[in-house]
Design a protein around this ligand. Structure first.
Ligand SMILES: [Mn+2]
Length: 349
């Protein structure tokens, strides 16, 4: 990695020694929408140097809003449903907060030496229509909405919402790709039984995904898991299905470089679901069910950069709860994760 960084810094220095580009004198003021749509590639973020980052209409990464019929590769959208939570609500407000925090997003990945928006075209397609008081209708809507994205030959990243929103996304993915490889970042196993007589809550989506045959448990990896659990039999499901788990202890008690080398390779259609509570509450306080003793943002960055996935077809970030956030710590962690996921879709390095 140090090797890869060197030329990047050098070339940046070279660029700096060149004569700085002159700021053109404009006779006519443009609106931010006009600045966001330069020909020929309009799928680029609105430049912070041209239009300040605290201004303009908030979209993911200051990208244009687009219709699915348009020519781009990856659809970014919000899934603002939090009717599946068992503790703190608020994840319905995450898409709005993540859009706002993503004003600070940038396009050049320094470690990967990759210009993301030169490699792939992204657009914000708005929010999936959900029904805040009806999970059944919401699930139908999410599945239909995401299936339509896939029908248009695009990949997607959903910003939830609570973790119950992942199941209908996996259902539409499975219809297109068959059984998926599945990488699941979380403090919790999410393989828990029904609660209050309800099967579909945010702590049960991973069990349903395996039971419905949407994901291949042999090609499934859970990262960031930690206790306490309700009881020892909470572990039965992952033992029965031989699901690979990297607990926080597995990650923290070894040199990180060793952990990164031990990650399995994922060949074929792969989906990543990133529950922000895999991070320690110090790094992500704004979440529904925080668990102390978690990963740092740096560790998840390193893991996401080390993952070898030849075809990441979809991803989501869930459980960001802005009402419990402080100074946008959690919102910014979500944006950072989103950028890593977008780069993974761009082929990583
Ligand atoms: Mn979860």
């Amino acid at each position: 990695m140090a090797k890869a960084q060197k030329p990047v810094i050098k070339s940046a220095a070279k660029t700096l020694t060149k004569a700085p580009a002159k700021t053109p004198v404009k006779t006519k003021l443009k609106t931010s929408a006009a600045v966001a749509a330069p020909a020929p590639n309009r799928y680029k973020p609105l430049s912070g140097r041209e239009f300040p980052r605290f201004s303009a209409i908030k979209t993911f990464f200051r990208l244009p809003v687009a219709d699915l019929s348009e020519d781009f590769d990856v659809a970014l959208f919000g899934t603002p449903y939090d009717g599946g939570v068992s503790y703190r609500p608020g994840a319905r407000f995450a898409p709005t907060q993540v859009r706002e925090c993503s004003s600070l997003g940038r396009g050049f990945h320094m470690t990967r030496a990759m210009s993301l928006f030169e490699k792939l075209k992204f657009a914000d397609i708005g929010d999936c229509p959900i029904v805040p008081i009806d999970q059944k209708q919401t699930y139908k809507n999410i599945e239909k909405f995401s299936a339509n994205i896939l029908k248009h030959g695009k990949k997607f990243i959903s910003i939830g919402g609570d973790h119950s929103t992942t199941l209908p996304l996996l259902r539409s993915m499975h219809k297109k790709y068959g059984k998926l490889n599945f990488i699941h970042f979380d403090a919790h196993l999410d393989t828990y039984p029904a609660a209050w007589g309800c099967e579909y809550h945010h702590g049960a989506f991973a069990r349903h995904a395996v039971e419905e045959g949407l994901v291949n448990p042999k090609n499934m990896l859970q990262i960031g898991i930690r206790g306490p659990l309700a009881a020892i039999d909470d572990l039965d499901f992952i033992k029965k299905h031989k699901i690979k788990v990297l607990t926080v202890d597995d990650i923290k008690l070894k040199p990180l470089s060793e952990v990164l080398k031990s990650l399995p390779k994922f060949t074929g259609p792969t989906y990543i679901s990133f529950d922000i509570d895999c991070l320690d509450p110090a790094y992500a306080p704004g979440t529904g069910t925080p668990v102390p003793g978690g990963l740092t943002t740096y560790e998840t960055q390193q893991i996401l950069r080390a993952l070898q996935i030849d075809n990441l077809v979809g991803a989501d970030i869930v459980e960001v709860s802005p009402p419990f956030d402080s100074s946008q710590i959690t919102g910014l962690a979500a944006v950072d994760t989103m950028f890593e996921l977008m780069c993974l879709m761009g082929g990583g390095r």
